[in-house]
Design a protein around this ligand. Structure first.
Ligand code: 5GP
Length: 188
């Protein structure tokens, strides 16, 4: 088991900038592998099957739940999201560092099944800024924006549960901080 790769979880409210940080990590570190999640939500314009998500019908998603095919899964903003189990385990067993970009409930499930996973919470400077970012993205309906903001309030209350909290005031600074934390975790 000594060659087992590290498992890092990046969580935080929708719109906080997790995706941007993840892309920066992947661009800078060729030894980090990002798990592509499955979801029942519809693809946004520009999203590609198998690259951004595996877009599944609810019935198929449920079948995978029943077969225990997810490492974790959660319902978020009226859709399901889950981490396919097999690939993550395969990657970790070959010593590859795995990164998960998931919401709070999923991160909690991972904490139970992988207590050694390193869990980082990315927080916005404040809720006003978060709302500005979600609206600025222009991808959500008004209902989804309200729902995501209400969830964000709850998620922010849970940040103390995490190994590290990084405030995304400035994306470069947040990335450097997360990079440093991931390196530290690897060394100790
Ligand atoms: P979005 O619809 O904006 O792509 O994602 C909504 C939320 O679901 C985000 O906070 C995102 O990090 C989270 N998410 C994406 N994939 C997964 C997953 O596999 N499991 C869980 N629990 N959350 C996920």
């Amino acid at each position: 088991m000594s060659s087992l790769g590290n498992l890092t979880v990046l969580t935080g409210p929708s719109g906080v900038g997790k995706g941007t940080i993840v892309r920066k990590i992947l661009d800078s570190y060729s030894d980090v592998w990002l798990s592509i999640s499955a979801t029942t939500r519809h693809p946004r314009s520009g999203e590609i099957e198998g690259e951004h998500y595996y877009f599944l019908e609810k019935e198929i998603f449920q079948e995978i739940i029943d077969k225990e095919g997810f490492l974790e899964w959660a319902s978020f903003s009226n859709n399901f999201y889950g981490t396919p189990k097999k690939k993550v385990i395969e990657k970790m067993e070959t010593g590859i560092n795995v990164l998960l970009e998931i919401e709070l409930e999923g991160a909690r499930q991972i904490r139970k099944s992988f207590p050694d996973a390193f869990q980082i919470f990315l927080a916005p400077p404040n809720l006003f800024e978060l709302e500005k970012r979600i609206r600025g993205r222009g991808t959500e309906t008004e209902e989804s924006i309200r729902d995501r903001l209400a969830t964000a309030k709850k998620e922010l209350c849970a940040k103390k549960e995490f190994d590290a909290v990084v405030i995304n005031e400035d994306i470069e600074k947040a990335f450097k901080e997360i990079e440093g934390l991931m390196r530290l975790k690897k060394e100790f």
